[in-house]
Design a protein around this ligand. Structure first.
Ligand code: UTP
Length: 276
């Protein structure tokens, strides 16, 4: 079994109902912040972390994702030799720098189920997960890169967490644990979308995970939980009970681009950063 992380899984099969009607025919993951789709930001973060195999779980109506990470000969031909050619440089580097594989989630039974669907692309090795609608930024080092570095040391599951206002706990998986060091917490409890009064803390899991392949066996046995969906939080709780899960208070900013407010915030932030 490989012990280094080379693959990044992108669950991207969800319906994106909070962005209807925009997401009726366009995958949520292809909505752009400035000129770049959310999923491309995620892939670039994975590349920066040293991962070059992208495994994407798609679903019906998501073919734009595959077309985006492919050459468009007609377009390339059209703009070759013009000033516009540079607009494609970054995506071309992404396409040349890694490989993409896809599988389809046939029924959208939740994030845990989407990750289990990706097993065929991952196999028996530790892997990273990026939820592209959580857009992260760090001037020095990407969030996934920080987590891959930690994995080298601790060789267990790692979830990225951030402090949230208590009234928002019902939007996230929330953890409880004991301090391990400055930025790490050893997790002993996790609850999916608890009401504020039931939340074990205000530390919420965001869309960055390092998972070990044991998670697939646990997911196979995980029953539908909150919202009738197979929750990754419920599966991780099993491993947390064995002391195998760390929560990492990452350095950087995160935008919840699955919500309109977060998406607008991210757009303003990246526009400000672009210096236009
Ligand atoms: P979300 O709950 O944020 O995405 O799932 P959603 O269901 O698409 O959005 P809304 O709530 O309807 O607006 C988190 C991530 O998990 C993926 C989504 O694509 C998103 O990246 N996901 C979720 C799947 O791949 N399959 C599922 O069955 C559920």
């Amino acid at each position: 079994m490989r012990t280094t992380i080379t693959k990044c899984l992108f669950p991207a099969a969800g319906y994106g109902t909070r962005f209807l009607p925009a997401t009726k025919a366009i995958p949520k993951e292809m909505l752009p912040v400035l000129t770049k789709p959310l999923l491309q930001y995620g892939v670039e973060e994975a590349i920066e972390a040293g991962l070059h195999t992208m495994a994407i779980v798609t679903g019906r109506g998501k073919r734009a994702i595959e077309d985006h990470f492919d050459i468009s000969y007609e377009l390339e031909h059209q703009i070759k030799g013009t000033a516009k050619e540079e607009y494609l440089t970054q995506i071309r580097n992404v396409i040349n720098g890694c490989t993409f594989s896809y599988t389809r989630q046939i029924e959208m039974k939740g994030l845990g189920h989407a990750i289990l669907t990706g097993e065929t692309l991952i196999g028996e090795e530790p892997f990273a997960v990026i939820l592209a609608d959580d857009l992260c930024d760090n001037a020095e080092r990407g969030v996934l890169s920080q987590m891959v570095e930690l994995y080298k040391e601790y060789k267990c599951c790692i979830v990225a967490v951030e402090e949230i206002p208590k009234e928002d706990t019902n939007k996230y998986g929330v953890i409880a644990g004991e301090p391990f060091n400055d930025n790490l917490v050893r997790v002993y409890n996790m609850v999916e979308k608890p009401e504020p009064k039931d939340a074990p803390s205000n530390l919420a899991i965001i869309g960055r995970y390092i998972l070990t392949p044991e998670i697939f066996d646990v997911l196979r046995e995980t029953k539908p939980g909150k919202g009738g969906e197979i929750q990754i939080t419920d599966a991780l709780l099993q491993l947390a009970k064995e002391g195998q899960v760390l929560a990492y208070k990452f350095k950087g900013r995160r935008f919840d681009c699955g919500s309109v407010d977060g998406f607008v915030e991210a757009t303003n932030y990246f526009y400000g950063k672009s210096g236009k």
